[in-house]
Write a protein that binds this ligand. Sequence first.
Ligand SMILES: [Zn+2]
Length: 287
Amino acid sequence: MSKKKVLSFSQFIKRFPTEEACAKYLYQIKWPNGFVCPICGCRHCYVLGRYGRYQCTNCRRQTSLTAHTVMHRSHVPLKKWFWAIYLVACDKRGISALTLMDKIEVCYETAWNMLRRIRAAMEMRDDRYVLDGIVEFDDSYFGAKIKGNAERAAGNQGVFVAVSKNDKGYPVYLKMKLTKNIQKPAVTDFVSQSIAPGSIVQTDGFNAYRKPLAKDYIHEREVFDPDGELLKWLHHMIGNAKTFINGTYHGTSTKRLQMYLSEFCYRFNRRHFGGAIFDRLLIAVAR
Ligand SMILES: [Zn+2]
């Protein structure tokens, strides 16, 4: 993976100053080997207008650069989309709709809608991956600040958290998903969608994990010791996610929580990408 330098926001704006510059770049991301008709697969087209619309020479269907992307049917200029994607990709603390509104000069509702669409693309992208190897797995609670088991009783939002680790024991890939409860069927759903069969799954002694992990996984369970090594990374990342959500979004409603968790995971999972993270997010948004 090439590690590009992260451009500053003003450098980025200079690189993508016009609709044309953005359209040219988006074309390369969307059709890296040249135009492909989304209907019939034909590789020849007429260009309609200055940029952005194409007509297939075979089936005659028209398509646009932004069709099937989060930017589709948006009245927001492409360059503002690019700037928003840059800000979401590169600001480690995340960006709120209020800040985005000021930075790219759109109204609050537009900024909020753009962020919602970009975050949805982030979530869909990460949903395609499953964790494997050695995986730490636990549940956590987001909401009022209460310690220990009282969190559960307070009706806070339950979240499944899993992180895979490399041979040296360092975290590789992170997933966080809201759950209505932490009973066996919910645990089964999460692990079957998120962790590859045959993986080693490390958990505390919580009983509801036992059966869902018995058949397809090597389950290592221990009684949790806060000073021990078990689930060390996982709890570290839960702490960081809570700081991120409280700091950037000042707490949040359950409805929006998954969106913010997905954004946190997306950025964590690409923490070594450097400046390439903009391209990666643009790919996620554009395809
Ligand atoms: Zn066609």
